[in-house]
Design a binder for this molecule. Structure first.
Ligand SMILES: [Zn+2]
Length: 107
């Protein structure tokens, strides 16, 4: 199958959106594009909210639209003997009561 296949909006709209681990994410509601050529899918999620998915996250279109899962940034891991401030993400030695960077409580 060629990657240069083009799709009409009508072929995409209404399709179920599945992420790469097979979860049903929602349904394509609409497409938007910008003048510099970026296409974004408007997905109506199962809870009724809307999500925009840039076309570069779309892995394929068949009966469903398969999208790459959004990479959720991993929680930072503190170095040994350090804690991570929940407010600013900086490290401070364990036992420090107040973040030296932002002044918030580390307790
Ligand atoms: Zn802080």
């Amino acid at each position: 199958m060629s990657s240069s296949k083009s799709f009409r909006k009508e072929e995409i709209a209404g399709k179920t959106v599945i992420d790469s681990s097979g979860r049903n994410t929602g349904k394509v509601k609409d497409l938007t594009f910008t003048l510099d050529g970026k296409i974004t899918l408007i997905v109506e999620k199962n809870d009724g909210s809307e999500e925009t998915i840039p076309l570069n996250r779309v892995l394929g279109v068949s009966d469903n639209v398969v999208v790459k899962e959004q990479i959720v940034p991993a929680m930072p891991v503190a170095s040994p003997g350090m804690v991570i401030c929940k407010s600013c993400g900086r490290e401070a030695p364990i036992g420090t009561l107040w973040c030296p960077s932002c002044g918030k409580s580390l307790a």
